[in-house]
Ligand binder design. Sequence first.
Ligand code: 3HC
Length: 313
Amino acid sequence: MAEQQEKIFQDKVDHEIRIEPKDWMPDQYRKTLIRQMSQHAHSEIVGMLPEGNWITRAPSLRRKATLIAKVQDEAGHGLYLYSAAETLGISRAEMIDQLHSGKTKYSSIFNYPTLTWADIGAIGWLVDGAAIMNQVPLCRASYGPYARAMIRICKEESFHQRQGFEILLTLSKGSEEQKRMCQDAIDRWWWPAVMMFGPNDESSPHTKQSVAWKIKRFTNDELRQKFIDVCAEQVHILGMKIPDPDLKWNEQTKHYDFGAINWDEFWNVVNGNGPCNKERLAARIKAHEEGAWVREAAIAYAEKKKRKEKVIA
Ligand code: 3HC
């Protein structure tokens, strides 16, 4: 029976028929979706912290309003993704507990500090740029709720990337000090952004299966290469440099060759020893604890409303 169900399931995936919450699915498919979607949601929520750090220090009202809008968007992205993950049978509370206990991950990139205003530009251009590269294919993921959540998210991501690039473009046309600030931010955010795509394909335990199940439409290395190829061209508009002496156009492959990635740094950050890991998790736990009264009030209100409706009915 299970074999037959497995075959029907894979046929649907192979024929681009979306898998919906009520459909039969292999346990492992469900597990890997819960793993990836909950960690994606965590990344969106934790990702608010490094940027939120500059809302009170934005250099103008326009920059402040844009940054507030972006950070609010990230919160919404997290909520869409938690809701989409809940369709697989895991509760929001469970996912939040897993984040706070360190049982599940969030993107390594958010464990780096935002030292100057230019970092907000570098995050928009590079981090949201990398997120778009990885998220646009997810709009075609085989699991319906995930793919649909991604469509709305990707529309907002392009605004995020553009506003970041515009911040850097403005700085790149400014004083010598502003140009130095711009290049310094690119220097510090470039390699962590390249690492966002995950380990090389040969050392990725999930990629092969996720591609077979069309959760991933491209492998980590394929998306990383697309990202590098795009940024290697865009950086000329800024008049800045990408901090990789091995970055060079390869006429044979029609891609940019690039330098070695520091995988020790990557795994060090993923395993909790990055510059801001402890601070990020402490901030999330504190916000969750301080927000308990809001959740309790909302639940009490909803229960009171339900009792009232019962009496009237
Ligand atoms: N940071 C932290 N952990 C990472 C990572 C990263 N950049 N890249 C990989 N890992 C982890 C994986 O989670 C996995 O650990 P696990 O088994 O405990 O979950 C392990 O390293 C092996 O990696 P794999 O490549 O085999 O794992 P995946 O197949 O899950 O691929 C991924 C990793 C490419 C991040 C994939 O999960 C994915 O595409 N996720 C959805 C997109 C996403 O989460 N993006 C994160 C940023 S969101 C963002 O930037 C928001 C924007 O608005 C700023």
